[in-house]
Design a binder for this molecule. Structure first.
Ligand SMILES: Cc1cc2nc3c(=O)[nH]c(=O)nc-3n(C[C@H](O)[C@H](O)[C@H](O)COP(=O)(O)O)c2cc1C
Length: 368
């Protein structure tokens, strides 16, 4: 296959795979697509280890790194050394007790005394994502992607000075234009179906608008899980697809077994756009956690990054308990079509086979 993005990155298939799991990233790149590692959960030191591992397992194929530098968040003007303390002080007591009560109702025990200290900010801010960018640029990455708005112009410049292309996720044509203004090379137009932070416009409606608005290549994201959907994304004018949920259940993924099972059983109605994870709307698996934040008892969610700071320990506690009814995580509507565990290579093979069949079917329709 040949599009501007396959030429840009020297890849065989215009299939981009976002994953927090290095094994998936390396497997996708080795199969001819482009794996992109989500840096969010890693400290700079951990990221260094992950990227070194990918370098050793990717057979010289291109791969990317994704960071989260939100265009707006609480505390963006705080000094780095006082960021966590000042943000913690902004979390109301009523919110803390709501979370504690919810955990108590579901019998979730506290963390054991020897549990490692959690990280409440992760890479959710400019201050915590920049060190990740520095680490990433010390590796032979081909792409730096940013979620939640245009990356800062100096970060785009820095990436370019290392010969690294920059992508950013957009959920409206206006976002896409802003990204092109700061020098982004590829726009990922992500529809509301997508897992993770997502806007309101569906992929089917969004892609043609973004393609018409910008002159850089566009990747279609949100609800792409099979070859027919890939063909649709390219038919809408995209030059490749960017996928996320699809990789949560592959053999190589380090997704917890409970989450894998929930995804395999879920229908497309089992996700919801909720602020209960980070404070910005993200599509999550719908369950008693997301429902509780919508209930009449809910104090309402806090703005980014306060919400995640509020709930991060609670989510770790839930993950270590039997209260799987509260365990929420990002997942897109495509999980309704994901019914079996397959290898990454198989998923790519099926995407391509079904893509070819879809094109043949369309050809036949045209000929008849
Ligand atoms: C579990 C999960 C975590 C995600 N985390 C991030 C992230 O940290 N940064 C990012 O740019 N996108 C993130 N996304 C969004 C993906 O990059 C991608 O745009 C989205 O999954 C595409 O839609 P799909 O889920 O329908 O394939 C995440 C998606 C999922 C499912």
């Amino acid at each position: 296959m040949r599009t501007r993005v396959t030429d840009m990155f020297g890849i065989e298939l215009p299939i981009f795979a976002f994953s927090h799991c290095r094994d998936v990233v390396a497997a996708v790149s080795r199969a001819g697509g482009m794996g992109v590692l989500g840096a969010l959960y890693f400290t700079p030191e951990e990221l260094e280890t992950e990227l070194k591992w990918i370098d050793d397992h990717v057979d010289g194929r291109p791969y990317g790194v994704d960071v989260v530098m939100p265009a707006s968040y609480e505390g963006a003007d705080f000094a780095t050394d006082e960021l966590v303390g000042r943000l913690q002080a902004m979390i109301p007591e009523g919110h803390r007790s709501f979370v504690e009560n919810l955990l108590a109702e579901h019998g979730v025990p506290p963390l054991s005394a020897d549990a490692d200290a959690g990280r409440v900010l992760l890479g959710w801010t400019d201050a915590t994502a920049r060190p990740q960018v520095e680490v990433a640029l010390r590796h032979p990455i081909a792409l730096l992607a940013n979620a939640l708005g245009p990356p800062p112009a100096d970060v785009v410049e820095l990436a370019h000075s290392h010969g690294v292309k920059v992508a950013a996720l957009a959920s409206t044509p206006r976002h896409a234009l802003k990204q092109v203004e700061v020098g982004v090379d590829v726009v990922v137009a992500q529809g509301t179906e997508a897992g993770g932070h997502t806007g309101e416009i569906s992929t089917m409606v969004l892609i043609p608008q973004v393609v018409d608005a910008v002159d850089v290549p566009v990747l279609a994201a949100g609800g792409i899980g099979n070859g027919r959907q890939m063909a649709a994304g390219l038919a809408l004018g995209a030059e490749g697809v960017w996928t996320g949920s699809l990789w949560l259940t592959v053999e190589e993924a380090d997704t917890p077994e409970m989450a894998k099972r929930r995804i395999l059983e879920a229908t497309s109605r089992d996700t919801v756009r909720s602020r209960s994870w980070t404070g910005k709307p993200a599509r999550l698996l719908r369950n008693e956690w997301t429902e509780a934040w919508e209930s009449t008892d809910s104090p309402g969610t806090l703005p980014m990054p306060l919400q995640f700071m509020l709930v991060s320990d609670a989510l770790r506690r839930i993950g270590r308990s039997d209260a799987s009814e509260l365990a929420t995580f990002p997942a897109g509507q495509i999980i309704g079509l994901m019914n079996q565990v397959r290898s990454t290579k198989d998923v790519i093979f099926n995407l391509m086979t079904e893509y070819g069949e879809a094109l043949e079917r369309l050809d036949r329709i045209t000929e008849d």
